[in-house]
Design a protein around this ligand. Structure first.
Ligand SMILES: Nc1ncnc2c1ncn2[C@@H]1O[C@H](COP(=O)(O)OP(=O)(O)O)[C@@H](O)[C@H]1O
Ligand SMILES: [Mg+2]
Length: 482
């Protein structure tokens, strides 16, 4: 189990041909399983930009965003499968930038579950355990722990020291930013300090041994039971359904007892029905294991139903990190507002102007609605100066309804298409001929038909507003305006 800290993490894919020096440097970095800090240069592509996050032990974090926004790159950096261009990654407080993937105690499950086709489910799950070694205390004849100088640890630290010294040399040569050089120096100092300790201090010694057959069998049984695949252990992948194969892949990750589970779109290959049930299975698995999960998906429904916190990404940049309900209720920008929720939030180009206790909103069809400022979320003062301001007003389809005699106001729209889904009815409406379609989602069926004019209303508390230029929300989380 582990908490994670991501500090100013960047991933820059180099887009230009490397100079001889850079090529050598990269080769060395590659051999060491890491790369030196990279500043953006022309032709470089920034796949992840300044990712900052504190993940508590046991959280279920979902990274969500459209294809290509840097989700996989981010978790591959956490796994150690991709070099971190710059920034720091801590697992349980320990800086792991230099720790190889296999030593990070992380298990990853991918979309393509890559089971060995010739092995049974049991063998597939057990496979990694057979290669695994665990430390056992060395004991003397009297059964007392053996103390001594840990030569292996010293060798490992010396190697780290050497690598860091090389990095520092290159960083100075390349005129890398001071902050990066300082962080390298700090890491080197820590390694030297550890080296001094282990060189002079006898510690309890361990030897490594393989797991016994019985130990392996016990772990496989444990995972199979939780996943409900005990009956399938003798089957080969070809004899299993997609969902069953994905369970085996999960089992393979589970038996390693990782500190963190990373799942990269593990359900995308499954059909919709199976995906919905596996979604539930994975949430249950998380409840059972209580280990930190980081789950990648481009599907906002998966994100909303699974995550305790969700990270919404766009073009390599984190847009908002929040709970599912906060993302829905308080999207911090137009992108998040449009990405989270189905049907997609309606966005209206409007002009707003404060008139006493009301906000006068002018729509594209020429109608002006007077919203009660006290019932609206707290609005950025700059827009309440009595002048007219162009903004984007957002309202979700499910927050619009047919206006009645009691409604404070009505916005008139023309019905273009009606979709009866059974539990809800989606009404596609326009505010004026040739204008864009908006969606109104109502719980009941109704007798309106295409071409009808419909009076629509909504509550002020469901209104979102975004600045035109920056697309940032201009409404706070608390209610009411003075
Ligand atoms: N090895 C690579 N070299 C160059 N660009 C890459 C490489 N891997 C990914 N990218 C680019 O980085 C961006 C983010 O990719 P990725 O993290 O896979 O996105 P996601 O998982 O969110 O779909 C994409 O634009 C992709 O084309
Ligand atoms: Mg991906």
């Amino acid at each position: 189990m582990a908490g994670l800290t991501l500090k100013h993490i960047y991933k820059v894919y180099s887009g230009r041909k490397d100079s001889a020096k850079t090529a050598i440097k990269k080769r060395i970095a590659k051999r060491k399983g890491k790369a030196p800090a990279t500043e953006k240069r022309s032709g470089d592509f920034v796949a992840v930009k300044d990712f900052n996050m504190e993940i508590e032990d046991g959280e279920f974090i979902v990274l969500v965003g459209p294809s290509g926004c840097g989700k996989s790159t981010t978790i591959r950096m956490i796994a150690g499968l991709e070099e971190i261009s710059s920034g720091e990654l801590y697992i349980d407080g320990e800086l792991v930038n230099e720790v190889a993937a296999k030593d990070r105690d992380i298990a990853m499950v991918f979309q393509s579950y890559a089971l060995y086709p010739h092995m049974t489910a049991e063998k597939n799950i057990a496979f990694a355990l057979k290669l695994r070694k665990i430390p056992v205390e060395l004991k003397d004849k009297a059964g007392n722990p053996v103390m001594g100088i840990d030569k292996k640890k010293i060798r490992e630290l010396k190697r780290k020291q050497h690598d860091l010294e090389l990095d520092l040399k290159f960083a100075a040569m390349d005129g890398e930013p001071e902050g990066y050089i300082a962080s390298l120096q700090a890491r080197l100092d820590k390694v030297k300090e550890d080296l001094a300790f282990y060189t002079n201090t006898p510690v309890q010694l361990y030897k490594m041994r393989h797991l016994t057959k019985a130990e392996i069998a016990e772990k496989v049984q444990w995972a199979a039971k939780i996943l409900g695949i005990e009956e399938l252990l003798d089957n080969k992948p070809a004899e299993m359904s997609g969902g069953q194969r994905q369970r085996v892949a999960l089992g393979r990750a589970m038996v390693r007892g990782p500190k963190v589970f990373l799942l990269d779109e593990p359900l995308s290959n499954l059909d919709a029905k199976l995906r919905a049930s596996m979604r539930l299975e994975i949430v249950k698995l998380h409840n059972e294991l209580k280990t930190t999960f980081i789950y990648v998906t481009h599907d906002q429904i998966e994100a909303m139903t699974m995550g305790t916190r969700i990270v919404v990404m766009k073009l390599g940049v984190v847009q908002q990190i929040d709970t599912p309900t906060n993302l829905y209720d308080y999207p911090e920008n137009k992108f998040v507002a449009g990405f989270i929720g189905t049907p997609q939030m309606n966005f209206f180009n409007v002009t707003v102007q404060r008139v006493g206790d009301t906000l006068s909103v002018s729509f594209e069809n020429g109608e002006h609605l007077a919203l009660d400022l006290k019932k609206l979320r707290k609005m950025d003062e700059r827009f309440l100066d009595g002048e007219a301001h162009d903004v984007t007003l957002g309202i979700r389809g499910e927050h619009m309804h047919f206006a009645t005699a009691e409604s404070a106001f009505a916005l008139h729209a023309i019905l273009s298409v009606k979709e009866v889904l059974g539990n809800t009815t989606q009404m596609f409406v326009k505010l004026k001929e040739g204008g864009p379609d908006y969606i109104v989602s109502v719980p009941d069926r109704n007798s309106f038909s295409a071409g009808d004019t419909i009076g629509l209303s909504f509550e002020e508390r469901h209104v979102h507003m975004f600045e035109k230029e920056s697309e940032a929300s201009i409404l706070g989380r608390e209610m009411g305006n003075e």
